[in-house]
Design a protein around this ligand. Structure first.
Ligand code: MG
Length: 361
């Protein structure tokens, strides 16, 4: 049953079939700044806030929520997202269920602007899910209890801070450790003094030499590391492919894999891909990436930026089909504005609410 729709006579055994509702969609958006609980350092930068833009898409009195998150190194900003969204005119569409056409139009509005596009896509999915009165994981036919436990991210830091963060991450089953500077072995050895739980590492393109990367992969395997994310610069395609062929650990392309057409390019270069809504332009293309990666027998990780529970809950709908989940983005901030998908003892627990499953706090 579609909320707010009329009905027409149905097949034998069915009382009626809902009619697709028609009306006007109104897109609203506002800038917001997330405060991070800790200064966050990766191979290429440090920061303590993340700009986001929160969107609302209203149709016949039902509102879908969306979000764009713009870590500065990706090139989008409050200004660029606000500018992009002000160009989007959804009045040309009479039904939110015209999703393929709507999102094609949004994509064609301007090149790039991937987070801004995701902010429309997520709100549209939330809206249509609410109109169908079902969460998207159920619409897609995924098992909500199958989300892998989320990793908890530990940034590059001193041994003392790393030890402290490992203690804070006590309830998580897998740690994600940022590497790529000259302290890599210190970081891992420090963690191993405190815990033997599985570790994934994210090098953020920080290793430049393939033999060095392979030596590190062997050393990391001995230390109980389970995979390596974006070991070398994405431009070093041959080196990444060589590493993947020889590495005792799976490699995952992140910076190298943004949208659907990158999945084919990543085949045989990496063992798997890291899908993030802010790279893929949202849930629709992310779903296509997941299906394609599976068809190519590649591993799939669903990741995030620092985001509110809005974008995290949207990603969690897909993460039910992933090998690994990295959905700690909302746990790293102190001023979330939604509640939805929760992390309970390191496990990702989806809400049963329709759409992306969130409510305003
Ligand atoms: Mg990464």
């Amino acid at each position: 049953m579609i909320a707010g729709a009329g009905t027409v006579p149905g097949l034998p055994g069915f009382a009626s079939i809902p009619v697709l509702p028609k009306g006007k969609m109104t897109l609203r958006f506002k800038p917001y700044t997330l405060s991070l609980k800790h200064v966050f350092t990766i191979a290429t930068s440090s920061r303590s806030t993340t700009p986001v833009v929160l969107t609302e898409l209203e149709f016949n009195g039902v509102t879908g929520y969306g979000e764009a998150s713009m870590p500065p190194y990706l090139g989008e900003s409050h200004d660029s997202v606000m500018q992009f969204l002000s160009k989007v005119d959804l009045s040309r569409f009479s039904s939110p269920f015209d999703m393929e056409n709507i999102l094609h139009y949004v994509d064609q509005t301007a090149p790039g602007n991937k987070a801004a596009k995701a902010a429309v896509d997520i709100a549209l999915h939330d809206l249509t899910g609410k109109l169908m009165q079902q969460p998207w994981h159920r619409i897609w036919g995924f098992d909500a209890t199958k989300v892998p436990p989320t990793s908890f991210t530990i940034g590059i830091d001193t041994a003392e801070v790393v030890r402290q963060k490992v203690k804070e991450a006590d309830e998580y089953h897998i740690l994600k450790v940022k590497l790529g500077r000259d302290t890599d072995k210190m970081m891992i050895s420090t963690i191993r003094e405190v815990t033997d739980k599985p570790i994934s590492v994210d090098v953020n393109q920080g290793w430049k030499d393939r033999q060095f990367a392979l030596d590190m992969a062997h050393w990391l395997k001995e230390k109980g590391v389970v995979f390596i994310e974006q070991p070398m610069p994405k431009e070093q395609i041959d080196d990444n492919a060589w590493l993947t062929e020889h590495s005792p650990l799976p490699t995952i392309g992140d910076e190298a894999v943004q949208r659907l057409d990158d999945v084919l390019k990543a085949h045989k270069v990496y063992s798997g891909i890291n899908i993030k809504l802010m790279k893929s332009t949202g849930m629709r293309e992310a779903h296509k990436m997941l299906v394609l990666a599976r068809a190519l027998d590649m591993k799939v990780m669903v990741g995030c930026m620092t985001e509110t529970s809005c974008a995290i809950s949207a990603a969690a709908q897909l993460a039910t089909m992933a090998d690994w989940a990295d959905l700690d983005g909302a746990l790293l901030i102190s001023n979330d504005v939604y509640k939805g998908t929760r992390v309970v003892k390191g496990n990702v627990v989806l809400s049963e609410l329709p759409g992306i499953g969130i409510e305003k706090i």
